[in-house]
Design a protein around this ligand. Sequence first.
Ligand code: FES
Length: 288
Amino acid sequence: MIFPTTVFCLALFSFVEGFQLLPRQQAAGLAKVGSTPSRSTRLFSSDADESEKKDDRIDLSLDDRLYRMRLPRAPGIEWGTDLSFSFVYVRDLDPVGPASMSGKVSKGDQLCELIPVESEGKPLNLLGASFDNVMGAFAGLGKTVTEVDLVFFKGTKDELKEACTGDESGANSDIITVTVVQNKGAEDESVVELQAKAGVNIRQLLVDNGINVYQSVTRFTNCKGKQLCGTCIVNVPNGLESTNWKSMDEASTLRDNPDSYRLSCISFAYGDVTVETLPPVEKYQWTR
Ligand code: FES
C-alpha cells in the first residue's frame, strides 16, 4: 500500500545541510544544469556553438533586470519554488546574512546562474533549473570554494520567461513535447510526440491520448491515478530533470527499478521529456 504524500519545497539557509537528501539521479544530474540548457536557458546565450564559446556566462547587458553578486557560498538565502519545482527564487533572506546586508538582493529575485569563485570556475546556468539541481549545484561546490558569483533577475518567474523567450504574450512559453515510445525494441515499436502544457500529469496525458501505461490486468484494476496500486510505471530516459522530485513513497515503491522509472500518475513534466511505456519490471509489480 502506498500512501499519498504531500510534496513540499525544501528551503535552506545553508546548502551544506540537506544535500544528502538528494536522490542519486538528481545529484548526478547537477552537471546537466549548465551543459544541456533547456529552451529557456539558451535564450541568454549567443548563437555560437556551445563548444566554441569561451565564456558561457549570462550577458547582463541583455536585460537591465539582471545583476551579478559575489556572495559567500552560504549567502543567507532561503530558496523557494512554486509547485513546478523549477525557477528557483529568493523566498526569504536572513536579515543579518550576506545577501540581505548587500542591499541588492531582494525577496522574489530569480536565480539564473552560479559561478564558483576559483580559478577556471565554470558557470552553471540555472535559468529554469529544478530546485534539486540548484541545491545540488551548491552542494557540489568544491571544499575550497568559499564564494560564489550569482546572477539574479529582478522580477517574477513569468517576467523572466518573457525575457527569455521574447514572447510578451507568453503564449507559447509553456508548451512542452512529451515523446512517447511504446513497445520499445519490438517490431511494432512506435514513437509519438504529444504537445502539452508544462506541468502536465504524465499518466493523464497518456490516457487522454489512448496510450496504455498498465501491464496485464491492472489495465482494468488500477487505482486510476490515486497512487495506491503502484502499477502505472513508465521509464523516463530523457528529461528526468524536468519532472517533479520523486517522493519517498514513490522511491520506495520503485526501489527495485532504475532511477529513471516513475509512477506516471504522480509524475509531472515541466520540460521536454521522453516516456517509455511498459518498461521491464519485476513480476510482483504487474499485479499489485
Ligand atoms: S499508482 Fe495506481 S495509477 Fe499510479
